[in-house]
Design a protein around this ligand. Structure first.
Ligand SMILES: [Zn+2]
Length: 266
């Protein structure tokens, strides 16, 4: 029994439809033919040359990444940039590259943010900034959740650091208030600050916050920047669970590599 890549892709797009991706995004099949049979799948956040080597070593011909391997248009493929080298390597090794990015961010169930909420033991209440799709799908950016009883700031920050395995949390001023409602957005979520405030969040967990952005907390809530990779790391597990429970004809593996390009000198 074999499964063509098209069947795997169809399944992934039934979970996270491509039309839910943001306009700037480039999710979907990026390299390779969907008619090829799937021999094995390697799942990662970032497609790097090392990840492609790992796929070959593990006998996987499909690499599913959260961040798209190709984001901008390519005018030549000569190997002078990382993206060009990835494309060359993928073609040489007969690999299929597939990205499931903001369409996975924008779904509630099995999405990036639901998993962060689970890690933090939050009861999910809904989407932070819903998008209207013309159907009854519940989707959009970010999630708002709550604890059944309030936590102190230090209790919450300790839990956040441990559960999200982050070496450091960059946060705005502590306010000495109990925390119960938490807004969450994996990756670069600063655009959702007003939504978090509107939803009555006392804390907003996200990443990629800039210096001036921290002022916008304005004593209304606490902004916590836990790191982009750290915030999205469990996305790999979400995809692994989905694919493993659906397909028995091939194995799905999580990458063993930490692809975080940001390092901390502590
Ligand atoms: Zn991301």
């Amino acid at each position: 029994m074999t499964t063509p890549a098209s069947e795997l892709i169809q399944y992934l797009e039934s979970v996270a439809p491509l039309h839910l991706q943001e306009k700037y995004d480039n999710s979907g099949l990026l390299v390779g033919s969907s008619s090829a049979d799937v021999k094995g799948v390697l799942i990662c956040l970032d497609c790097t040359e090392d990840v492609l080597d790992e796929a070959v070593q593990k006998g996987c011909n499909v690499v599913i990444s959260h961040h798209p391997a190709i984001f901008y248009g390519l005018k030549q493929i000569t190997g002078t940039s990382l993206t060009e080298r990835l494309v060359i390597k993928a073609i040489k090794e007969d690999l299929i590259l597939y990205a499931i990015h903001t369409n996975l961010d924008n779904i509630l169930q099995n999405g990036v943010n639901e998993r962060i909420a689970k890690q933090l033991d939050l009861n999910v209440e809904g989407i932070l900034r819903p998008i209207s799709t013309g159907t009854n799908e519940i989707c959009g950016a970010g999630i708002i959740g709550a604890y059944s009883s309030p936590k102190t700031e230090s209790e919450f920050l300790g839990l956040l650091k441990a559960r999200m395995k982050t070496g450091v949390i960059r946060h705005s001023k502590l306010l000495g208030r109990p925390l119960q409602r938490v807004a969450v957005c994996g990756g670069s979520g600063s655009f959702l600050l007003e939504d978090a405030i509107r939803e009555g969040a006392q804390v907003f967990v996200t990443a990629d916050y800039k210096y001036h952005g921290f002022f916008d907390a304005d004593d209304k809530l606490i902004i916590c920047d836990i790191g982009h990779y750290e915030s999205e790391q469990y996305t790999i597990n979400v995809l692994h669970e989905l694919i493993s429970s659906k397909f028995a004809t091939f194995a799905a593996h999580c990458t063993q590599l930490n692809t975080n390009p940001v390092h901390y000198f502590t």
